[in-house]
Design a protein around this ligand. Structure first.
Ligand code: SF4
Ligand code: SF4
Length: 214
């Protein structure tokens, strides 16, 4: 595995394995002799959560949260928070790496989405600006309809089997702009595209992407 960005990771020259310090702080053990030997490694965590039917209680809590945010907006009258812009996904090869990483990781960063999904006033004002005729009731329905039948336990209520069930335009800013340590370091490095492998998780549960070619 190629040594690069010493601040991002350390590679120990062991005979059989290389311990790699992941940006999320955990240590993972990567076989040194593998097909990905010459590829640039990007390390992310990996979720092991199980899917479960979304309970009525969870939906009730989401409904209450949304109603609270909508009532807050009504109380604010003319004083509305600025609608937040939808942060775009990274494009080009960085986008390819991000999509591969998040698919392998299966959404560890969504674990604190709970039954609110981080939906806040800025997100709702953005949705309202895009559809000015949308009533509060219709807005509520819009979000409730996106709750999947099954979602990952102990994660966001919108965290379904295939990922987030909300369009980016409906998500909170944090959901559109957050990258975990490994991905952020990769994106911020601005490195020229090169063959890259995503390493998700640690020890025996680690998964590798195919070699991603620019
Ligand atoms: S940003 Fe990081 S933690 Fe979140 S889904 Fe993508 S790889 Fe996983
Ligand atoms: S709304 Fe979507 S992106 Fe945001 S925490 Fe929930 S599942 Fe993740």
């Amino acid at each position: 595995m190629r040594r690069r960005h010493a601040g991002l990771r350390r590679v120990f020259e062991d005979e059989s394995t290389s311990d790699v310090s992941a940006a999320n702080g955990s240590l993972i053990c990567v076989p040194r002799k593998n097909a990905e030997h010459d590829s640039f490694p990007v390390m992310v965590p990996r979720s092991e959560k199980r899917l479960a039917p979304v309970s009525p209680e969870r939906i009730r809590r989401l409904r209450k949260h949304l109603i609270d945010v909508l009532l807050g907006l009504r109380r604010g009258g003319a004083i509305k928070p600025a609608a937040s812009a939808v942060a775009p996904q990274p494009d080009g090869f960085s986008g390819v790496v991000v999509r591969a990483a998040c698919a392998l990781c299966k959404g560890v960063c969504c674990r604190h989405g709970d039954d609110h999904g981080y939906i806040d006033d800025q997100a709702l004002v953005r949705v309202r600006r895009a559809s000015p005729r949308l009533s509060d009731e219709a807005m509520l329905e819009l979000y409730l309809q996106r709750v999947p039948a099954v979602a990952y336990r102990d994660s966001c209520i919108f965290h379904g089997k295939k990922g987030c069930t909300l369009d980016r335009s409906m998500r909170a800013d944090i959901c559109n702009s957050y990258f975990c340590g490994g991905l952020k370091a990769y994106i911020d490095s601005g490195a020229a595209p090169e063959p890259t492998v995503v390493i998700a998780g640690d020890t025996e549960k680690m998964r590798l992407s195919p070699v991603l070619i620019p």
